[in-house]
Design a protein around this ligand. Sequence first.
Ligand code: PTJ
Length: 266
Amino acid sequence: MHRIPRDHPRYESLMLRQKMVRGSERGLAVKEGLLAHGRGEAFDYLLGERTSSEAKAAARAAAALLLMAKRPVLSVNGNVASLVPGEMVRLATALPGSVIEVNLFHRTEARARAIAAELGSAARKLGVRQLLILSDRTDARLPGLSSDRAKCHRLGMFSADVVLVPLEDGDRAQALKRCGKKVVAIDLNPLSRTARAADVTIVDNVVRALPELIRQVGALRTASPRRLTEIAGSFDNRQNLGRALGRILRRLGRLSRERVPSDRSA
Ligand code: PTJ
């Protein structure tokens, strides 16, 4: 691995790239995942590479939905396993009755097992013993999906009432909605089909969104069911996505008026 100097102005972004490259070399992420990461980087760049107030509001509504769920399922793909395996485990332990399920677009059973092993090793490092991770040997299909993303588990996505889908293509989010499930998405692209199909979309980098979501779950852990219903019910995803787009527009407007546009992320 190439050493990135700590004082490099793009240190964090470059380190994330290295995580993705390592994830791909270790057979967790596919090459297409590297391209998807690049698209995410571009949106993150436009958003200013920080967690916005819209992302925080969405994370709060997402926490409320996940805490109210009877069968919450956290979906993991190759990019998520490369970037945030530990955070995924921490979120699962914070949500009673939750299950982690490996769900892949470019599915191979070997990669599903490798991702489960990565999550298992993150769980051991965190001292987590009781965690259900579903990966290979799927036993159900999500109706209305022709891709391999349809392959799922009866004990997981198939019977879930709320599903967290960080960073994915839009077809499954739409299929999950058609099955009557609530969908929470994490996606830097506020225009994506996933972002638009979900009930709650956190427009933020998954590396910042998950810690924020874990924090909000902790903060709402003792809230009454009535309070949780209020929080989830008062959230308007379309409006929040509009605000995220507005944030990008305002930022670009500001930069375009500067004589020599200077952006800290450039
Ligand atoms: O591991 P697999 O086989 O399931 O494949 C995973 C990928 C990511 C290749 C697959 O789901 C895919 O092709 O996704 P898309 O259609 O490229 O969508 C990925 C979305 O995630 C895009 O809207 C990106 O902007 C967004 N994104 C990329 N990186 C991040 C991100 N969102 C949040 N955090 C990121 N780090």
